[in-house]
Write a protein that binds this ligand. Sequence first.
Ligand SMILES: [Zn+2]
Length: 181
Amino acid sequence: MSLLLIQQYFPAYPAHMHAQILQLHTQDKLQHYISQRYPQAHTIQSDKALYDFCSELKQRYLKNAPLLDKVYFDNQLTVEKQTLGLNTAISRVQGGKLKAKKEIRISAFFKATPAEFLTMIVVHELAHLKERDHDKAFYQLCQHMEPNYMQYEFDCRLYLLALALKRLPVIPGVEKDRLDD
Ligand SMILES: [Zn+2]
């Protein structure tokens, strides 16, 4: 069961990485790893604060990208649904013209995460203003905005995994059988 979850949270990673993560988990070190590395909470709790945070990053790194019409925390985007951020261009008729409204929605989940994970998801959604797919150019842009982007993304997966594992019922013996596979 734990290994299944690990595979689910790290689909693009090789089996030896899954085994390492499982080991961290069975040694009860996952939580510790995260709280050691990311002790810093953040104060961005309102949509206004989130908008300002996004705009600042956008101004600094993506001056030519379209203006953001709306940025907000969304309670509908949940970890269970596996959607943590969204970005949309909604077309609306305005004064006889079709105008695309750019919106970024960030899961309200990130209000209570370490600061670095909020930065990671905001950078991710901002990068989509210029790059649609999750390709090399996309990740290069993410790393341009936040040099530690890849590390933060990986560790955020660990953070989410740790939370999911906590919700799992503990079935004695199962962990050991998995390890012996
Ligand atoms: Zn994306």
